[in-house]
Design a protein around this ligand. Structure first.
Ligand code: IPM
Ligand code: MN
Length: 378
């Protein structure tokens, strides 16, 4: 155990970002009550609306603080109609600046359905998936693929004639994210809900794309180091239907950047919606955690957005710090938070609008904070 205090850079960002971060901070305060919190939170303005008002995406000191912090907690970035001079969404400097700048190569997106969480299909509440059959993790490559900033458009005489995005798959990029996936399957240990087998599924389009054939080759090589973990392949198009129909088959899934972006939004449906989807952008030394839902302009300013994705992002952050620094205090705090989230979701006492309830964002935060206070202390 270390005495270190972790410096957490908090970037609430745009739209509903500040609302979910406010609720998240209440939960962190509850965890820290009665003892010296092993973390300090440094909050900075940054993002699209900051850019609109000030002409830069980062407020003074924000970028340096994010880069030198022990972990970054991000709300959301992006606002309609606000773009950078080069046409990118304003806020890209945060999300891609940190993903690429800190080399956060693995985007880890757990997909688990908590007891008490409902899902709506065709506008009706239906029990299509169960907590027993939804518990897997998608690992999305986060620093190359179709997101490689080697792109451009050819404009002749004021008209765009062609636009090109280059999809880059490198050995190093593939190797490290695939190794991360196998390691994770080992560490999780529980395997897929269906058969308790440890399994890593490589999701690609190797029947067509050369980059995907290469990704598979590297997958084979890395997988050979993990004889205890089953190797499996799925073409991304087929995978989407298998994931929805038979989620219990999956333990850990690894895929390239763009495919990972798409399939993780679909996976969020299995966990009750985007309101529950959390992600960690993980590198060798740094990491950034965020709810996946984005700034949700439609819901901004209404104190109605579901903050549970943020609570799960915070849990992932505490757990990552605990593992990274071999600090069991942080792992215990992550367990306390997860326990409180499970209790509050399980009894249905914090249903926000997307769950058919009327509980507000801040009330949901207060309920989880109260559950932390009344739960077992470490
Ligand atoms: C995500 C988001 C981002 C992405 C956007 C906001 C640039 O959709 O984190 O999944 O495409 O990676
Ligand atoms: Mn996305």
């Amino acid at each position: 155990m270390k005495d270190a205090t972790y410096r957490i850079a908090v970037l609430p960002g745009d739209g509903t970002g500040p609302e979910v971060i406010r609720a998240g901070r209440r939960v962190l305060e509850a965890l820290a009550e009665g003892e010296a919190a092993p973390w300090s939170l440094e909050e900075y303005e940054a993002g699209a609306t900051y850019f609109r008002d000030h002409g830069h995406e980062w407020s003074p000191g924000a970028e340096a603080a994010a880069r030198s912090s022990d972990a970054v907690l991000l709300g959301a970035v992006g606002w309609p109609g606000v773009s950078l001079p080069n046409g990118d969404i304003a806020g890209a400097g945060l999300i891609f600046g940190l993903r690429f700048g800190l080399d956060l190569f693995a985007n880890v997106r757990p997909c688990r359905l908590y007891p008490g969480v409902r899902h709506r299909v065709s506008g009706e509440w239906k029990q299509v998936w169960t907590p027993q059959n939804v518990d897997f993790v998608i690992i999305r490559e986060n620093t190359e693929g179709l997101y490689t900033p080697i792109r451009g458009a050819l404009n002749r005489g004021g008209q765009t004639e062609v636009a090109i995005d280059t999809r880059v798959i490198t050995r190093r990029g593939a190797e490290r994210v695939i190794r991360y996936a196998f390691d994770l399957s080992k560490r999780r240990g529980r395997g897929a809900p269906e058969d308790h087998r440890r399994r890593v599924t490589c999701v690609d389009k190797a029947n067509v794309l050369r980059g995907c054939q290469f990704f598979r080759e590297v997958f084979e090589e890395v997988g050979a180091d993990f004889p205890e973990v089953e190797r499996e392949y799925a073409y991304v198009d087929a995978f989407t239907q298998w994931m929805v129909r038979n989620p219990e088959h999956y333990d850990v899934v690894v895929t390239t950047n763009m495919f990972g972006d798409i399939v993780t939004d679909l996976a969020a449906v299995l966990q009750g919606g985007m309101g529950f989807a959390a992600g960690g952008n993980i590198g060798a030394q740094h990491a950034m955690f965020e709810p996946v839902h984005g700034s949700s302009p439609k819901h901004a300013g209404k104190n109605e957005i579901n903050p549970f994705a943020t609570f799960s992002a915070i849990e992932m952050m505490l757990r990552w710090l605990g593992e990274q620094r071999s600090d069991s205090r942080m792992t215990l705090q992550a367990d306390r938070l997860e326990g409180a989230v499970r209790r509050v979701l399980g009894d249905g006492s914090a249903r926000t609008y997307d769950q058919g309830g009327t509980v507000t964002t801040s009330e949901a935060g207060e309920r989880v904070a109260a559950a932390i206070r009344s739960g077992d202390r470490p």
